[in-house]
Design a protein around this ligand. Structure first.
Ligand SMILES: Nc1ncnc2c1ncn2[C@@H]1O[C@H](COP(=O)(O)OP(=O)(O)OP(=O)(O)O)[C@@H](O)[C@H]1O
Ligand SMILES: [Mg+2]
Length: 263
């Protein structure tokens, strides 16, 4: 059974149809890559899943976490789901990190609020999380502020914050786009490892099929508010069924992800 199942998700804002019936299914221990050109609705799909749509957005369809329907949950319950069961990291780690709070505090606040942990236990779990995302000298790092870390390290910290309450689903929206190429691969490998070790269901949003080919198990491609293609990574990237996926692949410089040209 899938962990998160999105069916026929439609979102319209101010009379504009942004999502036109998105179907997407995430499973535990799997990275599902979501690609597609700018404006195709990738971020909106993630925000809708977290119940974070702009005011006045009209939404219909199904978003089920296990056997629980999320669309239409009262705000209080949705807030619990958002804190504890589904988490999101964004392109710019500054979106998730508070500049004035120490790294340790940002992680422990979540655990104290949502899990009702005491100060000491929350602190020790924060240090464990920083270790898990491979921050050097984690106990010392917990006492420092976000600006004292490099961009790649900040994104790792944002991932630790997202994982603070042990979510089942992690939505990573272009998590490496703002990073130096030299650190991008490390953050992707980290997401892959966390997915495997914690059994997370990861939705990895990117417009970059190269990034996708490095870590995703399944790939979906969006265009104009719809998923136009979905399947195992190897199949989608080697034998794309949709002309749009083929066009995206043709724009890629990497040899190994190109459709094969026969024997
Ligand atoms: N707050 C908003 N109000 C109205 N329309 C919006 C809002 N945010 C996004 N849109 C529109 O929704 C559509 C989908 O946007 P979305 O941000 O999901 O695209 P995306 O696939 O994530 O693109 P990118 O690759 O550039 O991040 C776009 O046409 C965008 O203009
Ligand atoms: Mg986006």
């Amino acid at each position: 059974m899938s962990t998160l199942s999105i069916e026929g998700l439609k979102v319209s804002i101010g009379g504009h149809d942004i999502l036109r019936g998105v179907d997407l299914s995430l499973a535990q221990g799997r990275v599902h890559g979501l690609a597609g050109e700018s404006g195709s609705g990738k971020t909106m799909t993630g925000l809708a899943t977290l119940g974070l749509l702009p005011h006045g957005a009209r939404v219909s369809g199904r978003i089920a976490l296990g056997d629980r329907e999320l669309l239409g949950l009262p705000p209080r319950e949705l807030n619990r789901v958002r804190g504890r069961e589904i988490a999101m990291v964004f392109q710019d780690p500054a979106t998730s990190l508070h500049p004035m709070l120490t790294v340790g505090r940002q992680i422990t606040e979540h655990m104290r609020h949502h899990l009702r942990l005491g100060r000491t236990e929350a602190h020790s779990r924060a240090v464990d999380l920083l270790t898990q995302v491979r921050i050097p000298s984690p106990a010392d790092a917990a006492r420092r502020y976000p600006h004292q870390f490099s961009g790649g390290m900040r994104q790792r910290i944002a991932i630790a914050v997202a994982l603070a309450c042990g979510p089942r689903v992690l939505i990573a929206d272009e998590p490496t786009t703002a990073l130096d190429v030299t650190v991008q691969a490390g953050v992707l490998r980290l997401l892959r490892r966390l997915c495997d070790e914690l059994g997370l269901a990861v939705l990895l949003v990117t417009h970059d099929l190269g990034v996708m080919s490095a870590v995703a198990d399944e790939v979906s491609v969006m265009r104009d508010g719809l998923v136009v293609e979905t399947g195992p990574r190897a199949r989608v990237l080697r034998e794309p069924g949709h002309p749009y996926t083929r066009a995206l692949l043709d724009a890629l410089p990497r040899e190994d992800t190109r459709p094969q040209e026969g024997p």
